[in-house]
Design a protein around this ligand. Structure first.
Ligand code: NAD
Ligand code: IPM
Ligand code: MN
Length: 353
């Protein structure tokens, strides 16, 4: 029997509640298709930080190297400043394992109430391709004249040609594989003088290699408005780390709930494990209540298995999710229902059969 070795980091808040439901769904599909999992759980979290002063041990990255993939819930919780918790766990994993693609699908499902008037399933179905290791997420910068009225803070955004071209290449290839063959690039080249016009020029350069792809470029401000006004226009949307982050909450927001959205942090060369997680965070406002929507985590699990070559498990999870939503079997509060996390997880398990 095929066996996959997965590192599990439930993390903080509802991360601990949704990950078991992801595992439940993956186990069900594994039984069906003859795949066995070896789950190794790591308790790395803000609680660990309170006990040890670190989010993960010094050799944490080393420990993760031996796994086929990483399955993560959420990181960050009140009591530890967010930049400390995130730069102590989630962001180093993305960077050390060169998970430079953050692939975030956005889809409107039958059964999920859509906040945009007149939109039906099929109208919203696109990917946000987010650069995941450089750009605005940089530790370069600092504070000078600290504590005085002359305090100056600088924060550099770093864009390398290698880093930009490889994310654009991924996005172009993805667009090429889709029927619409449409790529939109998000920049802000009117206001940000150096990096953004340069990003546009890299897009224009690569577009020459993909004559079949219809390419457009938007300033991020109007792009956000267009996500709401005409989401059916989009197919593959590529952007920098920060713009991709914003667009990948906005997109799912347009489909009714961010809680359904998955995030695949991919190292395409497979030199290192890739990491799969929901887009959402630890949701301190509902943590401990057992009402979090586990579908983003389950969909992330499906993407994980697709990445590892198990299309059958991916498809089975997606079909089960679609059935549960269509039949409104056990919807959580964010989708207009009153089911618990476990009830929705079990409904998916049952639909997998
Ligand atoms: P959040 O995603 O945790 O929550 C935003 C809102 O969405 C909240 O009202 C929450 O209740 C709701 N929500 C989120 N997930 C849900 C789910 N599965 N089911 C139902 N409702 C859900 O974002 P935030 O409040 O900005 O961040 C909270 C903490 O999580 C912070 O520490 C932040 O840094 C961290 N965070 C971590 C990740 C990650 O680990 N990848 C992502 C985003 C935020
Ligand atoms: C996400 C999150 C993270 C990010 C935060 C928690 C650092 O918002 O995965 O989208 O910005 O990448
Ligand atoms: Mn985000």
């Amino acid at each position: 029997m095929a066996k996959v070795k997965i590192a599990v980091i439930p993390g903080d808040g509802i991360g601990k509640e949704v990950i078991p439901e992801g595992i439940r769904a993956l186990e069900a599909a594994g039984r069906k298709f003859g795949v066995e999992y070896e789950w190794t759980e790591f308790d790395w979290s803000c609680e660990t930080y309170h006990k040890t002063g670190r989010m993960m041990p010094e050799d944490g990255i080393e420990q993760l190297k031996q796994f086929d993939a990483i399955y993560l819930g959420a990181v960050g919780y009140p009591g530890v400043p967010d930049h400390i918790s995130l730069w102590g766990l989630l962001l180093p994993i993305r960077r050390e394992f060169e998970q430079y693609v953050n692939l975030r699908p956005v889809r409107l499902f039958e059964g999920v109430p859509c906040p945009l008037a007149g939109k039906k399933p099929g109208d919203i179905d696109f990917y946000v391709v987010r650069e995941n290791v450089e750009g605005e997420y940089s530790s370069v910068g600092g504070i000078q004249y600290e504590g005085t009225e002359h305090e100056v803070v600088s924060q550099q955004a770093i864009f390398t040609r290698r880093g930009t071209d490889r994310i654009l290449r991924y996005a172009f290839d993805l667009a090429q594989s889709r029927p619409k063959k449409h790529l939109s690039s998000a920049t802000k080249s009117n206001g940000i003088y150096h990096s953004m016009p340069w990003w546009d020029s890299r897009v224009a350069e690569m577009a020459k290699e993909y004559p079949e792809i219809n390419v457009d470029q938007y300033h991020i401000d109007i792009l956000t408005a267009n996500f709401v006004r005409m989401p059916e226009h989009f197919d593959v949307v590529v952007g920098s780390n920060l713009f991709g982050d914003i667009l990948s909450d906005l997109g799912p927001g347009c489909t009714g709930t961010i809680a359904i959205a998955p995030s695949a942090n991919i190292n395409p060369e497979k030199n290192f494990p890739s990491m799969f997680e929901p887009v959402h965070g630890s949701a301190p406002d509902i943590a401990g209540k057992g009402i979090a929507n586990p579908l983003g985590t389950i969909w992330a699990g499906a993407m994980m298995m697709q990445h590892l070559g198990y299309d059958n498990i991916h498809d089975s999870l997606m079909e089960a999710m679609e059935t549960v939503l269509r039949e409104a079997k056990a919807l959580t509060g964010d989708m207009g229902g009153s089911a618990t996390t476990i009830e929705l997880g079990k409904a998916v398990e049952e639909a997998i059969g």
